[in-house]
Design a protein around this ligand. Structure first.
Ligand code: FCB
Length: 509
């Protein structure tokens, strides 16, 4: 067994030892020389740092019954009363399926280096296996060509939660078959899109797919069986490995493979308490190392198996599986929004669960005595605490544990209650502040030597925010859902200027 690694806990932030040279540009002498530069107006990112924005198929496309697309678990979930706020569905969403050319115009205005999108498996294989639906392939093929024509590099995610419903009917992610089918689907996509894809991301946030989908049930398919969630964890890991191997089987070793994980940053309530530190360890095991173990180390951590022994014997893991899950990654995608504060409950104590993932049964399988405590503000409209330092700690922690693995922030952003003002604009200074703080955190991590190669804002457009429906706006572009008009928010202009100048202004206004 490997020693469990830890996300470092916050230290007081070192003052920025910027050495001004009296002119427009100052240069920092310590840390990552390549990166850390200061101009009169801000801190500079490396020239080859990738700035992008992200979306996901079910959240933006709509057109759920068009051109041969089959139903996904999210179509079914949305139609189940009480599952999604206001009964919202992704039937229309941002109507991106019809408006994708205009949306590429939005990206052009932003001068994005890269666009991260996901492919709807049920458009490619309407029943999740067998025959390929050419119309689905053509949709993504034309999107990719248009991106490339604009000089925007495509980062494609194969699975952002829209599992074909027939595969769920046959058992879903708790079933090994689903992983095998995923490998076949990946091969189809590698053949179809080939070397036009800059980075192939197998899965988005398998933590959510497994634990929110099968343990807490707040996401599709809405199942609440902790043992099934652990089987889902494993088959997602296996699916990742099978997909990566299928892609390199078609495209060779030059294909750039990736996966996007939402790694949790848990802080102990009392850093001097061994119990609270053990709660952090447990959260990191079930939340992070359940995926990084097999994917990056080729084995499941012993403490995860021990922590969950009362729930499952992990008998679904076959010899060699964890090794299959370990494929060479060109880059690891990390999604980051906020942190958590945890403590170990003493007997009889209330077990709070302010983890930002809704109520009901816990997604934290085996961690019934971990308290997830309310966090001090500020918070976003999701109720998530805003703590940029957590991102620095996560990046530096991962880079020191895996020094040869480049990292990319594949999602970061915030929901706020945006309104269109009388002047027709959306003045989202709070989002600009959020982005400014987190991009500063990325620069801090780079200075500390972390291997960070890119940053993608979540999201390009306001969109369907899963169980919250359309009530949460994460976009840097406002979407009027009645007219489908796109209105760039102030944060979009701010981000465009950041991409143009490649430097973070000193203030965020
Ligand atoms: C992430 C998801 C993304 C979006 C953001 C807010 O967990 O990957 O689809 O919902 O959260």
């Amino acid at each position: 067994m490997r020693l469990p690694y830890r996300i470092p806990q916050p230290t007081s932030r070192a003052p920025h030892a910027l050495v001004a040279d009296g002119g427009a540009r100052g240069e920092r002498r310590s840390g990552n020389e390549k990166v850390v530069r200061m101009t009169s107006s801000g801190r500079r990112f490396p020239a080859d740092f990738l700035f992008g924005s992200a979306t996901a198929s079910y959240q933006i496309e709509g057109a759920v019954t068009e051109d041969g697309r089959g139903p996904s678990i999210w179509d079914t979930f949305c139609r189940t009363p009480g599952r999604v706020l206001h009964g919202d569905t992704g039937d229309v969403a941002d109507d991106h399926y019809h408006r994708w050319q205009g949306d590429i115009g939005v990206m052009r205005d932003l001068r994005l280096d890269s666009y991260r999108f996901s492919i709807a498996w049920p458009r490619i294989q309407p029943v999740g296996s067998g025959a390929v639906n050419q119309a689905g392939v053509d949709f993504y093929s034309q999107l990719v060509d248009a991106l490339l024509a604009e000089g925007i590099s495509p980062v494609a995610t194969l699975y952002h939660w829209d599992l074909p419903q027939p595969l769920q009917d046959a058992g879903g992610w708790p079933s090994r078959e689903t992983a095998l089918r995923f490998g076949e689907y990946a091969e189809i996509m590698a053949k179809a899109l080939g070397d036009r894809i800059s980075v192939w991301t197998t899965l988005n946030e398998p933590w959510c797919a497994a634990y929110l989908g099968y343990a807490s049930g707040v996401h599709a398919p809405g199942i609440t069986e902790p043992a099934a969630a652990l089987a889902a964890v494993h088959h997602l890991n296996l699916a990742h490995g099978l997909a990566g191997r299928a892609i390199t089987g078609v495209l060779g070793d030059d294909a750039k493979l990736s996966v996007t994980l939402n790694l949790h940053v848990a802080r102990p309530d009392n850093p001097d308490s061994a119990e609270d530190l053990d709660a952090v360890r447990q959260v990191e095991a079930v939340g992070n190392r359940a995926f990084t173990g097999p994917m990056l180390d080729g084995e499941y951590p012993d403490d995860l198996i021990a922590d969950t022994a009362a729930v499952s014997d992990w008998g679904f893991v076959q010899d060699g599986d964890a090794e299959i899950a370990r494929i060479p990654l060109a880059v690891l995608g990390i999604n980051y929004y906020s942190t958590m504060r945890v403590a170990r409950a003493v007997e009889g104590e209330r077990v709070d669960r302010e983890d930002g993932h809704g109520g009901g049964p816990s997604p934290w399988v085996g961690a019934d005595s971990v308290r997830f405590l309310p966090q001090p503000g500020p918070h976003t409209a999701m109720g998530w605490n805003i703590e940029p330092q957590g991102l620095t700690d996560l990046l530096t922690g991962m880079s020191s544990r895996y020094p040869d693995l480049p990292l990319m922030i594949t999602e970061n952003g915030a929901a706020f209650d945006d309104v269109v003002s009388k002047d027709g604009a959306v003045h989202d200074q709070n989002r600009i502040d959020y982005l400014h703080g987190h991009l500063g955190a990325v620069l801090d991590a780079l200075e500390a030597g972390a291997n960070v190669t890119g940053y993608f804002v979540w999201s390009l457009l306001d969109n369907f925010e899963w169980a919250y429906g359309y009530s949460k706006r994460f976009g840097i572009t406002y979407v009027d859902y009645r007219t489908q008009q796109r209105i760039p928010k102030d944060s979009s202009h701010w981000y465009a200027e950041l991409i143009r100048s490649r430097q973070l202004p000193t203030g965020s206004s």
